[in-house]
Design a binder for this molecule. Structure first.
Ligand code: FAD
Length: 448
């Protein structure tokens, strides 16, 4: 392999890492330590020509190919044993056209790169809540975050993309060119090509009322019920997420994270959440949007993760009680259960504009086990599955592709899109990647 890799090195403007190179270990590391794979080579591309070269090289040598953006996908799709990683971590430039309110983001940019560039102009697009997550990877799976109620899913704000297909074509997808491909990119994942750059609609926003509200004891149930009311009836200017965790005594604890961008000092619904008697920490205040984006700030590559969840149409009292009960079944901190509200803007947008089928759900509820000791792998995975099974009776579609592990059956991937959209995605796959070269993702097998 040494000679062919020398050829690849000579043809790339970027660089190629192999075992033994100083940066190889860092470059193969995923956010999720459960994934531990050693690729034959990591091609760190710097432009669209590099992407095409690496894609052609991998196919010519019969290497399995993985595409890496921010490295966050819990399934570890960004790294492959003995194969070729096409790594976009050197393609992180974000350009802002302030007049047109459009950001052009290179395929490896993270949300910290993106928000820093757009906030310099007082603009944003709704993205993920952790700065090191890849913009493109998150967008291709949908995108839920602190501004979902206000501006929709991230993919609703994707207006164009430039891709390199496995055949080496450079294709632009926008309303006027290849609109079916643009539709497929809004939720259909990294199935159709490697995205060199993507364009996003921007919105003016500088400050929000946000932060963490933490509850313990009896307050956990009451606050979760109020969170549900707020999500069901709250104004469109207020996005909200909730996370169940445990405190140091292993008792359930709730963190609610609102993000309000309206004119009022604070809406009524938020005031009632702040009045719950079990509130032990009120960190809500008016702050810059970059501050809000630092609320969840987990370390990269520090723990093992296994996630599974469902979109649900409601959050009944019984489910609230079951979820709180699940937090104590393991006898040690299991990780968390994340509840993301999908009220507001996702409902008002044309469902036919994106491939995904979950915008009518009320919440996305995900059991997210995290732990460090490999001895706990089996029981942590088991906890996730059992907790997800408690949510399943209320499920209204498959799971969220962005949080899926690699062991999800194809039925769950199909259900996330619905049968008609899945068939359209399969036709797109047959057109742009008929040999399924890009299969390290929540895979859509080519039609036929
Ligand atoms: C800590 C953490 C926080 C998260 N927060 C959120 C959140 O707030 N909201 C949310 O919706 N999701 C969130 N996610 C989920 C996240 O959006 C998905 O896991 C997403 O796939 C991560 O993208 P990435 O580029 O970081 O990951 P990678 O693992 O690098 O990439 C995942 C896959 O995306 C595709 N991909 C990435 N870049 C490209 C590209 N340029 N061209 C073609 N395909 C590409 C490839 O198929 C790749 O295998 C979070 C995940 C973690 C671990």
């Amino acid at each position: 392999m040494a000679q062919p890799l020398d050829d690849l090195r000579a043809r790339l403007t970027g660089d190629v890492l192999v075992v033994g190179d100083r940066e190889y270990e860092r470059a193969r590391l995923c956010f999720n330590l459960l994934i531990d794979r050693r690729p034959a080579a990591i091609a760190r591309c710097v432009d669209v020509d590099d992407l095409a070269t690496a894609l052609a090289f991998g196919q010519a040598r019969g290497l399995e190919i993985a595409v890496r953006g921010g490295g966050h996908n819990p399934a570890g799709h960004c790294v492959v044993d003995d194969g070729l990683v096409i790594d976009l971590s050197r393609m992180r430039d974000v350009r802002v056209d302030r007049e047109k309110r459009i950001a052009t983001s290179q395929g490896g940019a993270t949300w910290l790169d993106f928000d820093t560039a757009t906030q310099a102009h007082g603009l944003i697009t709704p993205g993920g809540v952790v700065g090191s997550t890849g913009v493109t990877g998150l967008t291709l799976g949908g995108g839920i975050g602190h501004l979902t109620a206000q501006y929709g899913l991230t993919c609703d704000n994707l207006i164009a993309a430039e891709l390199v297909t496995p055949a080496g074509e450079i294709v632009r997808a926008c309303d006027d060119q290849n609109p079916e491909l643009l539709w497929g990119l809004r939720g259909g994942g990294g199935n159709f090509g490697v995205v060199a750059q993507a364009e996003f609609r921007l919105h003016p926003l500088q400050h929000v009322v946000g932060g963490r509200l933490e509850y313990k004891g009896e307050g956990v149930t009451e606050a979760l019920r109020l969170f549900r009311e707020l999500a069901n009836n709250g104004p469109r200017e207020l996005s909200v997420q909730a996370q169940l965790t445990t405190d140091s005594s292993l008792a359930p604890q709730l963190v609610v994270v609102p993000c309000y961008s309206g004119e009022a000092e604070a809406p009524e619904a938020l005031r009632s959440l702040r009045a719950v008697s079990g509130l032990v920490n009120d960190g809500v205040r008016r702050q810059g949007f970059l501050e809000q984006q630092r609320i969840f700030d987990p370390g990269y590559g520090v723990d093992r993760n296994y996630w599974k969840g469902h979109f649900v149409a409601e959050l009944p009292d019984r489910l609230i009680d079951d979820l709180i009960g699940c937090m104590t079944t393991l006898g040690r901190p299991p990780g968390g259960i994340l509840i993301e509200s999908l009220h507001g803007a996702p409902k008002g947008l044309d469902p036919a504009s994106a491939a995904l089928d979950y915008r009518n759900a009320a919440f996305n509820i995900s059991a997210m086990a995290s732990w460090t000791d490999p001895a706990y792998d089996e029981e942590s995975i088991d906890w996730t599955r059992k907790t997800a099974a408690a949510i399943e009776p209320w499920s209204v579609s498959g799971g969220y592709a962005n949080y899926m592990q690699a062991d999800e059956p194809i039925e769950r991937v199909r259900a996330a899109f619905g049968p008609d959209s899945f068939a359209r995605l399969q036709a797109l796959k047959a057109r742009y990647d008929p040999d399924n070269v890009l299969r390290r993702n929540q895979n859509i097998p080519p039609a036929g």
